[in-house]
Design a protein around this ligand. Structure first.
Ligand code: PBG
Length: 328
């Protein structure tokens, strides 16, 4: 036989050979685990569209965090779910020193001082209309929302948050928050900006979990059009110019091309947000026995690393941490 070809299979011939040549890895240090916190006592509600994800009341929160820490996870992001009757037009609960997230942050940092606590800085969970900014005559106003976002970030930093993660997609939010933090003496607190956030149907289950569905319209005037690629670079550029320390790309799975573009263009840590709908799809298929959950989750997570993510925010963090431990 004199045909010439490359023998790629030589480098796949055994488990050890493959392990030696593996280019990307998932580590437990890569993960950020999201936790939802509700008012009340003795409450651990499973989110119906997100099996395995719960809303916790403060008295049960430390037990959950204990488990997260024992699995080796170094970071959590907290989402507050206030009572319906505590919501108002401007989302006061978001920036109240005794708001649900502020109390949760204080409590978690007191019990687990080394755990990195990230605060999601947005208004939609706290406004009665469910939008991420101030609403006037059915329009979401940009500039008047900025002051409230800055106040929210400062109250979260005061409560002990290690990182501020603004997710509201108002223009200028990084500038406003950076300025607010600096003036309040929090110049050392980094901003993890949801810079590249699409108006996505993949957030559906999260809105059940956080009770943050907009009461009218949608988020398309502030979140990005899923058809756009180049706009992502402009969004990331603005946020970096404004002082963002990390860039989040969200959702992750359908946007791996965007993650790679951002990684190639900017020298900054990239966070993949593996969102609620991505979690729900796999859970549903696995519950039906249609896919191998562990294999599919680990493949999905390593794809995010391959696409350029340095960090992965995922509801699968606990499961994946367990699987990584089992492998050792
Ligand atoms: C708040 C926020 C949302 C998510 C994270 N922060 C919802 C939204 O923008 O509607 C979605 C996360 C997920 O789906 O897992 N603005």
């Amino acid at each position: 036989m004199d045909i010439q070809f490359d023998r790629h299979r030589r480098l796949r011939s055994s488990a050890n050979m493959r392990a030696m040549l593996r280019e990307n890895h998932i580590r437990v240090e890569d993960f950020i685990y999201p936790i939802f916190i509700v008012e009340g006592e003795n409450t651990k509600n499973e989110v119906s569209s997100m099996p395995g994800v719960f809303q916790f009341s403060l008295d049960l929160l430390n037990k959950e965090v204990e488990e997260v820490v024992s699995l080796g996870i170094k970071s959590v992001i907290l989402f507050g779910v206030p009572n319906q009757e505590d919501k108002d037009e401007v989302g006061t609960g978001a920036f109240h020193d005794h708001g649900i997230v502020q109390r949760a942050t204080r409590q978690v940092k007191e019990a687990f001082p080394d755990l990195l606590v990230i605060a999601d800085t947005c208004l939609c969970e706290y406004t009665d209309h469910g939008h991420c900014g101030i609403v006037e005559y059915g329009k979401i106003l940009n500039d008047p929302s900025l002051e409230l976002l800055a106040k929210t970030a400062v109250s979260q930093a005061k409560a002990g948050a290690d990182i501020i993660a603004p997710s509201n997609m108002m223009d200028g939010f990084v500038t406003a928050i950076r300025q607010g933090l600096d003036e309040a003496g929090f110049e050392h607190i980094p901003i993890m900006s949801y810079a590249v956030k699409y108006a996505s149907a993949f957030y559906g289950p999260f809105r059940d979990a956080a009770q943050s569905t907009p009461q009218f319209g949608d988020r398309k005037t502030y979140q990005m059009d899923p058809a756009n690629r180049e706009e992502a670079l402009r969004e990331a550029q603005s946020d970096l110019d404004e002082g963002a320390d990390f860039i989040i790309v969200k959702p992750a799975l359908s946007y791996l091309d965007i993650m790679r573009d951002v990684k190639n263009q900017f020298n900054v840590p990239i966070v993949a947000y593996n969102v609620s709908g991505e979690y729900a799809m796999i859970k549903a298929a696995a519950a039906n026995g249609w896919v191998d959950e562990k294999a599919i989750v680990m493949e999905m997570l390593v794809s995010m690393k391959r696409a350029g993510a340095d960090i992965i925010l995922t509801y699968f963090a606990k499961d994946a941490a367990r699987w990584l431990k089992d492998e050792q």
